[in-house]
Design a protein around this ligand. Structure first.
Ligand SMILES: CC(C)(COP(=O)(O)OP(=O)(O)OC[C@H]1O[C@@H](n2cnc3c(N)ncnc32)[C@H](O)[C@@H]1OP(=O)(O)O)[C@@H](O)C(=O)NCCC(=O)NCCS
Length: 382
């Protein structure tokens, strides 16, 4: 490979395939699923539910009423976890929520009647089941970690409201449910992000859907990807709610002086405001005020202004989702697993698309190691 053909580190700007699922224009701050602008999908009053969003990603169009009803029924059934999964959850040591989710998602394959089935219909059934199950696993995991007992899903509730109910034991208000629903819509897909790429690479070997998703969960866990939202809230807590915006600014200024990265800022693709942050900023403010904790938003706003001024970096999806989730009473260890509760829809959509028109993904590297050929010396001569 010649030097000028060398891709930028991290495959920046490399177009590695075609997809009909998600469109991003990083210069104009546009994100669209199947052509629908995220601002329309995520509109608090007129937007879609997470279930409608899932259907859109999997089928390329919005569902009709009866189709949505069917999907809701199937998701509700999937939220009732197999007993061995519930037992395994109790047996796992007190590990990170993403580690637990990775292990339990892998286990789900053993109890899925369609695990080895390869028809498109079976793949969609598995996508629906995994979406229902991952939500239930994360909520139940959070419940157990807080010392409570598992709560049975309520089939009358939508996916977002049911998640909050299974996590807290309390039926959420309409505002809480819609805020969480919108968060799920906002996180549902994001083109060829690291975890989706991992899922597609695995799927392209024609491995099973569960294996591809386990790979994606592993990739999402990293602090440069889904792990950033928890880091944002840890930073805010470390500064302290009573410290005020000035102290928040000073703490972040000190971090920048030490050349540390500030979690929740910057993006490989967006060079302008991440359109998802626009909605989460609003929810962070609104829910923080309702929860009687407006300080987190005030601190976040000040940090945003500083990082913009000093580094010309915008907040990404993780920055305001942190304080939004916090105001919803969600424990920090669940923030990244919750990313997966939503992104399972996008991962599975991409895997289905990959299966439908597959070719093995097997790129090359440019070799930069020792000159060829090296010769093996006997052990005592090395
Ligand atoms: C998202 C992210 C991984 C994109 O990375 P990338 O495209 O590889 O960009 P780089 O890490 O090469 O950063 C480019 C420059 O911006 C700086 N930068 C990027 N993100 C930064 C941040 N969050 N805080 C401070 N500086 C940052 C880098 O230090 C680098 O500066 P330099 O050129 O002077 O060395 C990166 O912005 C980041 O680590 N953000 C924090 C983690 C995060 O929020 N992740 C969630 C993403 S949705």
């Amino acid at each position: 490979m010649s030097t000028d053909a060398r891709p930028k580190a991290g495959l920046e700007d490399v177009v590695a395939g075609t997809s009909a699922i998600c469109f991003i224009d990083g210069d104009r701050g546009i994100l669209a699923y199947q052509g629908y602008d995220i601002h329309e999908l995520a509109d608090a009053e007129r937007g879609v539910s997470f279930e409608e969003c899932c259907f859109l990603l999997w089928h390329g169009r919005l569902p009709r009423r009866a189709e949505l009803g069917d999907l809701q029924t199937q998701l509700a059934a999937a939220r009732r976890l197999p007993d061995p999964i519930l037992r395994a959850m109790r047996m796992l040591p007190a590990v990170d929520g993403m580690d637990a989710l990775r292990t339990l998602t892998s286990m789900l394959a053993h109890y899925d009647a369609d695990a080895a089935a390869r028809t498109p219909e079976a793949q969609v059934r598995k996508a629906i089941r995994l979406t229902g199950q991952i939500g239930a696993i994360v909520a139940t995991w959070g419940r157990l970690a807080a010392g409570g007992g598992p709560i049975d899903p309520d089939p009358a509730l939508g996916h977002a409201a049911n998640f909050l109910y299974m996590l807290t034991g309390r039926r959420p208000s309409a505002l809480e449910a819609r805020a969480f629903d919108v968060s799920l819509v906002l996180h549902a897909d994001h083109e060829l992000n690291a975890s989706t790429f991992a899922a597609r690479v695995a799927a392209a070997t024609l491995t099973d859907l569960h294996s591809a998703i386990v790979g994606a969960i592993g990739a999402l866990k990293g602090p440069l990807h889904g792990g950033a939202n928890a880091d944002v809230m840890r930073l805010l807590l470390e500064i302290g709610r009573d410290a005020g915006p000035e102290r928040a600014e000073a703490a972040v200024r000190a971090k920048l002086a030490r050349k540390e990265k500030i979690a929740g800022f910057g993006h490989r693709v967006y060079h302008t405001e991440d359109p998802r942050a626009t909605h989460l900023r609003r929810f962070s403010k609104m829910l923080g005020e309702r929860a009687g904790q407006p300080e987190w938003f005030a601190m976040s706003e000040r940090i945003e202004a500083l990082v913009k001024a000093e580094k010309r970096l915008n907040p990404n999806v993780d920055f305001y989702s942190a304080s939004t989730f916090y105001a919803l009473g969600i424990p920090i260890d669940l923030y990244t697993p919750i990313f997966a509760v939503s992104r399972i829809s996008g991962w599975t959509a991409h895997v289905l698309e990959q299966y439908a028109n597959n070719r093995l993904i097997r790129p090359r590297t440019e070799y930069i190691g020792p000159a060829y050929p090296q010769h093996v010396l006997a052990l005592d001569q090395r």
